[in-house]
Design a protein around this ligand. Structure first.
Ligand SMILES: *Cc1c(COP(=O)(O)O)cnc(C)c1O
Length: 452
């Protein structure tokens, strides 16, 4: 042990090596010194515990170099989503289509007519970019895009209901996630919440009874991330719309995910569509850009022109505005819908509509290469939409050894692979793995299995 300790190189000896000099130029000398000290300390403590250690200069340099590389990696990195959760909030929700990514890149690399009227040759407004497409797709009179749907709700309530009352069913007092709770949003906007009905049943008569001269608007929040079953009743939008017209109050619908495409034909529950809310007479409808729409993070508000105009004039609109990258990606995403190619071009919809036999064949092919067992299982849409709904899928399962250990090694891969663990098995769902990521996934899996 003495001998092994004595043979450890000194820090200065290590730092004098050409490789570490080169690394100093890339990472800075301080980083290299710190990494060298850490690796020497690790080697020393391994020797003291009579364990194998990277103790010669060459092995230490390899370790130091690997540590520096790990430290230099950005924390926001592409990962492979093998969880089978399509809109995985922790993994960035909707992957963009290649066309949306290309549009985003084009906007990023140069100048764009973000606030410039090319016909008139003078200043224009960024707020109009998505309006034409959203009008055409939804039948609404006008549209406004803000940073996310939470922001959309804050803007609507601040602009239309500050200091006044908003009527909402007790069945719709939800927490969306990340501590985003409807009553808090209401308070933040200066609006006063008037709860009507009960947790499980609210009728339009309950809304009618709560309307007073202090009422600013009627709000419907789609219960997007939980499901009530049993003795349940919700006032239909059409009834709320009639009530709102009778009292000349706006009806606002927070759809959460919002979808332009009916989810039912894919064996999922029915998520209410955006077009339906417009047709039912909602005055404003808001939804996310990066849930089932399959685009960039954004909050999209559509509805009656005079109300959208009021929102545009509110100071929060400037605070919550989106940048050129978001507009570029959103417009390209909407264009897929306009061309009727959303199902084939948008990753989210390709994953939802992917035929089971194709997923089974892929899982079989992976099993043939790397072992494991193909099982039937379920993928979910996630992202606070379609609670309890799932899509039948095929999973590649590994039970040998520790599933946690295998999962950890997969997370260390480059790019990291995120898998699912259930009943001590590591599960990989091909549904959410993008085709171009498959070679990386297989390489990472092979290495992770070999290291186990
Ligand atoms: C997801 C969701 C939101 C928040 O949308 P973000 O775009 O994530 O800010 C708001 N309301 C409902 C009902 C939702 O499901």
């Amino acid at each position: 042990m003495r001998d092994r300790l004595r043979r450890l190189p000194a820090v200065d000896t290590l730092l004098a090596q050409r490789e570490l000099q080169e690394l100093s130029e890339i990472h800075g000398r301080e980083q290299v010194v710190a990494a060298a000290r850490q690796q020497l300390a690790a080697a020393r403590s391994a020797i003291l515990q009579a364990q194998p250690a990277a103790a010669d200069t060459c092995a230490l340099i390899t370790k130091i170099s690997a540590q520096l590389e790990r430290q230099a990696r950005p924390s926001l990195r592409p990962v492979i989503n093998a969880t089978g959760v399509i809109l995985h909030t922790n993994l960035g929700r909707a992957p963009l289509s290649p066309a949306a990514a290309a549009a985003l890149q084009a906007a990023a690399l140069g100048y764009s007519a973000l606030e410039y009227d090319l016909e008139a040759g003078r200043r224009g407004s960024r707020l109009q970019h998505a309006s034409a497409a959203l009008r055409a797709l939804t039948g609404a009179e006008d549209a406004l895009v803000v940073n996310n749907n939470g922001a959309a709700l804050v803007l609507i309530l601040s602009a239309l209901a500050s200091g006044r009352e908003v009527i909402l069913s007790r069945g719709q007092l939800l927490e969306i996630g990340g501590g985003f709770r409807i009553p808090d949003i209401m308070r933040q906007s200066g609006a006063q919440l008037v709860e009507v009905g009960t947790t499980n049943r609210t009728r339009s008569a309950d809304y009618a009874a709560a309307i007073s001269e202090r009422t600013a608007l009627l709000l419907r929040v789609h219960a997007s991330n939980f499901k009530q079953i049993g003795f349940v009743e919700e006032a239909p939008l059409a009834a709320l719309s009639a009530l709102s017209r009778e009292h000349k109050l706006p009806l606002v619908d927070d759809l959460g995910s919002g979808t332009l495409i009916d989810t039912a034909p894919f064996g999922l529950a029915r998520e209410p569509t955006i077009q339906e809310s417009v047709a039912a007479g909602c005055d404003l409808v808001c939804f996310s850009g990066d849930k089932l729409l399959g685009g960039p993070q954004a909050g999209i508000i559509i509805g009656k022109a005079p109300l959208i105009a009021r929102l545009k004039r509110h100071p929060l609109t400037r605070v919550l505005r989106v940048d050129k990258l978001t507009y570029a990606a959103l417009l390209a995403t909407l264009r897929h819908y306009q061309r009727g190619e959303a199902l084939t071009r948008l990753p989210v919809w390709r994953m939802i509509s992917r035929p089971l036999p194709e997923i089974q064949a892929q899982a079989q092919a992976w099993a043939q290469l790397l072992g494991g067992e193909v099982r039937s299982g379920e993928s979910t849409v996630g992202g606070g939409s379609l609670p309890g709904a799932s899509l039948p899928t095929a999973l590649l399962a590994f039970e040998a050894g520790s599933a946690q250990g295998l999962a950890a090694r997969l997370r260390q891969a480059e790019p990291p692979v995120i898998a699912r663990i259930a009943d001590d098995a590591l599960l990989l769902d091909p549904r959410t793995v993008l085709p171009e990521q498959v070679p990386d996934l297989l390489r990472a899996l092979k290495a992770a299995l070999a290291a186990g």
